[in-house]
Design a binder for this molecule. Structure first.
Ligand code: GLU
Ligand code: MG
Length: 428
């Protein structure tokens, strides 16, 4: 970072830079600096209170024995390797930030730092991961006008809009794999290429804010909420992942290779992982049978009702085999979620955990198909008792997750489902 880079950014029309941090509740919080202060921000960081680690999605605050209260300060530093000139917010650039103490030490509860540590620990065992989070959203709820899942009519209606999203993402260097009109009225989905987990989490943040910015330019409001419209198919945030050792995809020939152990680790920890990946009470209005949301804790080959869907890939296309984890949504902090998945997969690999047999057909018809937790309360208690995830997150961050989830669930105790959906529609 130096004068030259700032000069180049100015040449490209950049006047200000967004430093973004996703809090424990999954909300993207930002500070910005004019471009001529970027050098200082890289060197010294920008102040941010540690209290955001225990913020809830309505901006109220909970606490743990280590976090909460008005004291202290942290420094947010932009990751300049991920700085992106924003296509739909002219004059702005964006960079994900890491948080440090005032002494320059990495902050123990930093969510992005956790994901990086999980990746480094796996790398020390010779394993790397490639991941991607699918993004679904609904335009202008609750009265969307255009129906027909995957319908050409909706694409025609929104054709300039959808093109502008693709163009903006391409200009920002995000490799889109596909975009389509999804099941619900006014719903779309975009999927992007797999990357290292930290980069995939960064992409998930960037893609959503890009969609939001393009939508605003088209006079549209968007909801990424898991349940934007009560009792309709919601927005998922499905994770695709593969694990690699020495250039070999462990999911090739699944479940014969070690990919089976990795999947078994994820399946075993899935009820607890919901507290990371399905962190909002609205998520449990989405995570119900017969909506392709993956409400059952089992796996199948190309089965869209199981939480884990093994995708063998098209024959001839090498390296494409992967596991899709469907039960999560976009209220998740992607760094917590992807770091948690790495930790769960690694625990399965090192324990050589056996994978139960696959399910075929609709699990709702099977007498004993296990449902995932059906409430945030239940998920957070699974999480609170998970020693593997506690060790991976470290106790400060782990306790923050427990406190935030319990408080988020308590906020909506006794509130009717329809009101929960409405209260959270514009939060995510
Ligand atoms: N929208 C569905 C969900 O809530 C997923 C549909 C699909 O399989 O892409 O997860
Ligand atoms: Mg979809």
């Amino acid at each position: 970072m130096g004068m030259r880079q700032v000069h180049e950014l100015r040449e490209r029309g950049v006047r200000a830079v967004i430093l973004s941090y996703v809090d424990t509740a999954g909300i993207n919080r930002v500070k910005t600096v004019p471009v001529n202060r970027l050098d200082d921000a890289v060197r010294w960081g920008v102040g941010i209170s540690p209290v955001f680690d225990v913020f809830l999605s309505d901006d109220s605050v909970t606490g743990t024995d280590r976090l909460g209260g008005p004291d202290g300060d942290l420094r947010m530093r932009p990751d300049m390797d991920r700085l992106v000139v924003l296509a739909a917010q002219p004059g702005w650039a964006w960079a994900p930030a890491d948080r440090f103490t005032q002494d320059g030490e990495p902050w123990v509860a930093d969510q992005r730092g956790f994901a990086r540590r999980a990746v480094e620990r796996a790398a020390a065992e010779g394993v790397s991961f490639r991941m991607a989070i699918e993004v679904e959203w609904v335009v202008d709820p609750p009265e969307p006008t255009f129906a027909s899942a995957y319908g050409m009519s909706r694409l025609v209606e929104f054709s300039d809009y959808a093109r502008d999203i693709l163009v903006a993402l391409e200009e920002q260097g995000v490799q889109v794999e596909q975009l389509h009109p999804e099941y619900s009225a006014g719903q779309f989905e975009v999927s992007v290429a797999a990357a290292d987990p930290v980069a995939a989490a960064d992409d998930s943040v960037l893609v959503r804010q890009t969609i939001r910015a393009v939508s605003r330019r088209h006079g549209l409001r968007v909801s990424f909420s898991p349940c934007p419209v009560f009792e309709t198919v919601g927005n998922g945030g499905h994770v695709h992942l593969s694990a690699w050792r020495g250039g070999v995809n462990l999911f090739e020939g699944f479940p014969e290779r070690d990919g089976g152990y990795a999947a078994a680790g994820i399946l075993h920890h899935l009820p607890a992982l919901l507290a990371l990946g399905t962190p909002s009470p609205a998520g449990y209005l989405r995570l119900v049978p017969s909506r392709w949301a993956g409400a059952f804790a089992c796996w199948g080959v190309e089965t869209r009702e199981t939480a884990l869907r093994f995708v063998p890939g098209t024959s001839g296309l090498s390296g494409a085999a992967n596991l899709e984890v469907k039960c999560f949504d976009l209220a998740a902090n992607p760094y917590l979620l992807l770091g948690g998945l790495v930790a769960a997969a690694m625990s399965g690999l090192s324990a050589r955990r056996p994978l139960p047999p696959p399910v075929t057909g609709d699990p709702v018809l099977l007498p004993d198909a296990p449902r995932l937790p059906t409430s945030l309360d239940a998920a957070v208690e699974e999480f609170a008792g998970d020693a593997v995830l506690r060790a991976a997150l470290g106790s400060v961050l782990f306790d923050a997750v427990v406190a935030v989830r319990r408080a988020e669930a308590a906020r909506f105790k006794g509130v009717a489902d329809e009101e929960v959906a409405e209260a959270l529609r514009w939060v995510y």
